[in-house]
Design a protein around this ligand. Structure first.
Ligand SMILES: NC(=O)c1ccc[n+]([C@@H]2O[C@H](COP(=O)([O-])OP(=O)(O)OC[C@H]3O[C@@H](n4cnc5c(N)ncnc54)[C@H](OP(=O)(O)O)[C@@H]3O)[C@@H](O)[C@H]2O)c1
Length: 240
């Protein structure tokens, strides 16, 4: 049995997969979750081939029963949860005037409702870890678009502001139980989500491994040190 375990949503690529790899390298048992089973299995196999103890569970975070299934599977496999990475997210760019309600609803469902429900379902296990060692971590992936409203990404921005607010509220509820809640707020990261971006070279984007190093930093701070938020900014970014 691993001495530490983490559950990562949106773990089949990009930021989530980089965090999974880093935590796996650091000895965590990993539950890796994402929506599409084939992509998830491929990512999980890659981690397992590197010697990481990984449990892959396909789940759509818009489905409450799917979320409960992931948490149940994680509990059965590892029996403990030290780190939750609430990371599944989507972004759909369009002006508000041209955005059909369906595209608003899917972003609210995945980026905000999914994060809320996953957080809620994981609180009992995180409290157990917090009681044991005083440094359980809930990491919620927001965005720099959750700090500064972004035109043509209004629904996405609104959901990510919501994630920052939810993280602050959860901190108030959980920090007394040895659980640190941190919102991470990156600018452009070199993942599939930024394939649409023109005018910024991939090597000029933040790398998924940069975010993973941020998670390592959070876990190395003492239990007396809370880091409520990390912004990851590119050089010259004017959103500070
Ligand atoms: N890339 C950036 O510039 C950037 C900047 C700031 C914040 N973020 C945030 O970072 C997080 C990860 O994004 P990424 O950049 O790493 O992109 P990514 O590589 O596209 O990863 C997104 C992950 O979320 C999963 N996912 C999407 N919809 C889901 C659903 N309904 N249920 C469960 N899983 C779902 C995807 O799996 P499937 O493919 O199977 O759906 C995938 O594993 C997101 O929350 C995003 O908003 C990204």
């Amino acid at each position: 049995m691993d001495s530490r375990a983490a559950l990562i949503t949106g773990g089949s690529s990009g930021i989530g997969l980089a965090i999974a790899r880093a935590l796996g390298q650091d000895g965590y048992g990993i539950t890796l979750s994402a929506r599409r089973p084939d992509k998830l299995e491929e990512a999980a196999k890659g981690l397992a081939d590197e010697g990481i103890d990984v449990n892959a569970v396909a789940a759509n975070v818009t489905e409450e029963d799917d979320i409960k299934g992931v948490v149940d599977s994680h509990r059965e496999r590892f029996g403990r949860l030290d780190v939750l990475v609430n990371n599944a997210g989507i972004g759909i760019g369009a002006p508000v005037a041209d955005t059909p309600t369906k595209k608003l609803d899917i972003q609210l469902d995945v980026n905000l409702r999914g994060v809320y429900i996953t957080a809620r379902e994981c609180i009992p296990l995180l409290k157990e870890a917090g009681a044991e060692h005083g440094k359980a971590l809930m990491l919620n992936t927001a965005s720099i678009a959750g700090k500064h409203g972004q035109g043509w990404l209004a629904a996405y921005s609104a959901t990510k502001f919501g994630v920052v607010g939810l993280s602050q509220a959860l901190h108030k509820e959980l920090s007394g139980d040895g659980i640190q809640v941190t919102a991470i707020c990156p600018g452009f990261v070199d993942t599939a989500m930024t394939d649409w971006v023109q005018g910024v070279e991939r090597e000029d984007m933040i790398q998924p491994q940069d975010i993973a190093e941020g998670v390592r930093f959070l876990l190395r701070t003492s239990r007396a040190c809370i880091v409520p938020e990390i912004q990851f900014i590119r050089p010259g970014d004017d959103t500070l």
